[in-house]
Design a protein around this ligand. Structure first.
Ligand code: SF4
Length: 179
């Protein structure tokens, strides 16, 4: 029997909305799991990607853990697909880039509205925040980009079908959405 195509997915600094769009493929997911197995993903809870055919990245790069995960995906996945505005241009997480990291921490933990006990979290297990939020292609090479917030399920379905069939992905103008 032919080995299944192995896909990993991750959400870096994202809201999981792009993953919801993957799930919006709906019943076509049943066809997909006939030929695909999911590796590291919020869908499986596998903690590390290993030898994958396709990696799907949601979200921007905002902290040291995001950098590690993204590099792991680049190392372990033959093809990397970045999905959604946050991955492509920083999106909503990058709105903090107009302020310094110190100002963001001050506002979030010390004197923002509604804070009960001002305290900067310092658990050693917490990843370090980067000074600025970065789009994923500033950290690793990305092979394909899907715009949108989130990209429509049909667009995700189309690129998966093209890649699984060994075709160069292509879209008609009506399949591409930027909103
Ligand atoms: Fe969420 Fe939109 Fe960012 Fe996707 S692109 S992670 S849907 S905010």
């Amino acid at each position: 029997m032919k080995d299944k195509i192995r896909i990993a997915t991750t959400s870096l600094a994202g809201c999981f909305g792009c993953h919801m769009s993957i799930l919006d493929i709906d019943e076509r997911l049943i066809d997909l799991v006939e030929i695909v197995e999911f590796n590291r993903s919020p869908l499986t809870d596998i903690k590390h990607a290993s030898e994958c055919d396709i990696g799907i990245i949601e979200g921007a790069v905002a902290n040291s853990e995001n950098v590690e995960v993204l590099r792991e995906f680049r190392r372990e996945c033959k093809i990397l697909v970045a999905i959604g505005a946050c991955a492509l241009n920083g999106g909503i997480p990058a709105m903090r880039n107009q302020f310094s990291l110190a100002e963001c921490i001050q506002e979030s933990y010390l004197d923002g509205i509604g804070l009960d006990k001002p305290l900067i979290p310092n658990d050693p297990d917490l990843p370090d925040l980067l000074n600025k939020v970065h789009p994923v292609q500033e950290v690793v090479k990305i092979d394909y980009f899907l715009p949108g917030c989130p990209p429509p399920a049909d667009m995700i379905w189309k690129i998966l079908n093209d890649l699984l069939a060994g075709r160069e992905p292509s879209f008609t103008p009506d399949q591409i959405h930027y909103d």
